[in-house]
Write a protein that binds this ligand. Structure first.
Ligand code: SF4
Length: 428
């Protein structure tokens, strides 16, 4: 069956749509005649939209024999990922730090970038935020103190190969070790993009499903990896159907970066299939406002229209998104795409991550700059996933200043002090 395309060649951008009756100046409409107010048409973009003309120009220049239909086919995107130095050099001018990364890359996370994502990358600026997230540099090969291959100690909480069981009522199900593009700061860089270990995927899935079925305390499963949305519809459907057959499993979540790096994967067939497995939630990995393109907006729209609640997960990255203005643009833009900013993560100390990590104080400063200054929905929870498997620990600015005469002393977002009469247990 032919997929309905994600974005028609001449499709009007979402921000350009008019849902309110348009009116020529000076002419009254039938609605106004009836006394119904008519509002002027709204034409502003609802989010920072990157024009799809950039994608088209990129395709025509670097893939001149590829038409728009092929470009919008996610399997074409997968087949044409850039995975080696020679292909990358065809598209961008490498800096010395980037070129050196390839000289001793055998131990590193592999390189893979979808053509779509490459079209968003600045070919001449090695410091462009999106470029830094996917193009390796020599800094990755320097291991600093405190860095670990498995900083969250997931392997020690893994009763069967595909499952990480750290919290009492929920598990992580690692369904694949494959992603369409590899993030240089990936927490699971020890596994993703490498050969499968411990048997084929289906055997591992069966073991994982059996483990969940045998543990009635598990009510929530997060499918992650790797990226579950790089699986075919058939495989994903089989997996979701098997999980839905477990009576005590209340909800299924999918963690993915696909809407940001290969939005054409969100086909109408995929969402038709996904909506059969509700309650199904999705956590989308988003890093920077440059990812908020028209194509990503359409992908999120499809998922949200299928009734899938969308949340985002963002890793705090030095020089990429570690300032209030960038985060505000990202989180406010996500809300316009019906994605609730869910978690802001302190970057995990994987080997070679020191150039990505910020002081924790920077994250707290960002949360302080968001709370009260933008919609509460736009402020995610800032967490450290504690080393050695301690789980997520939330971090907040100090809004509670102390106590005085039964009052709690609080500081608001503007720095002003307030007193709240805080009754103690047993007081009336
Ligand atoms: S998409 Fe997720 S799993 Fe894949 S490389 Fe990026 S962070 Fe890692």
């Amino acid at each position: 069956m032919e997929e309905e395309s994600l974005l028609e060649e001449d499709a009007e951008p979402p921000g350009g749509r008019t849902c309110i009756e348009q009116q020529e100046p000076g002419r009254e409409t039938a609605a106004e005649d009836r006394g119904v107010p008519v509002f002027p048409a709204v034409h502003q973009a609802r989010f920072p939209v990157e024009s799809s003309s950039r994608e088209k120009a990129f395709r025509k220049h670097f893939f001149p024999h590829t038409n728009q239909k092929e470009w919008k086919d996610w399997q074409w995107q997968m087949r044409n990922r850039v995975c080696d130095l020679r292909s990358l050099e065809r598209v961008i001018v490498l800096s010395d730090d980037e070129r050196e990364a390839f000289q001793n890359a055998s131990a590193s996370l592999p390189l893979a970038i979808t053509p779509y994502l490459l079209s968003l990358i600045d070919p001449s600026d090695p410091l462009q935020p999106l470029r830094r997230t996917v193009v390796p540099t020599i800094q990755e090969q320097t291991r600093k103190w405190g860095e670990e291959n498995d900083p969250l100690n997931e392997d020690d909480h893994s009763p069967v190969p595909a499952i990480v069981h750290r919290y009492p009522d929920r598990v992580l199900f690692l369904v694949s070790e494959f992603c369409s593009s590899y993030c240089r700061y990936c927490t699971r860089s020890r596994r993703v993009g490498r050969a499968e270990k411990g048997g084929g995927t289906v055997d591992r899935w069966k073991q994982g499903i059996a483990y969940i079925a045998a543990h009635p305390e598990i009510r929530d499963v997060l499918l992650s990896g790797g990226d579950p949305l790089t699986l075919s519809d058939d495989k994903l459907e089989w997996l979701l159907g098997s999980l839905r057959g477990i009576p005590h499993l209340e909800m299924i979540r999918i963690g993915t970066k696909v809407p940001a790096v290969m939005p054409m994967r969100i086909t109408s067939d995929l969402v038709k299939m996904l909506r059969r497995f509700h309650p199904l939630w999705m956590s989308i990995h988003m890093t920077h406002p440059d990812e908020l393109t028209e194509s990503t907006a359409r992908a999120c729209e499809r998922l949200a229209d299928a009734g899938i609640p969308l949340g985002s997960q963002t890793v705090l990255l030095a020089g990429i998104n570690d300032d209030v203005e960038t985060m505000k643009r990202l989180f406010q833009g996500l809300l316009t795409m019906r994605v609730k900013p869910y978690y802001l993560y302190q970057c995990d100390p994987i080997p070679g991550s020191s150039h990505f990590r910020t002081p924790v104080a920077r994250g707290i400063e960002i949360i302080r700059g968001l709370r009260g200054f933008t919609s509460g929905y736009a402020a995610p929870s800032y967490v450290i996933d504690a080393p050695a498997g301690g789980g997520k620990i939330p971090l907040l600015p100090d809004y509670v200043v102390g106590r005085e005469d039964g009052y709690l002393l609080l500081r608001n977002y503007e720095g002003r002090l307030f007193r709240y009469p805080d009754m103690q247990d047993g007081e009336s």
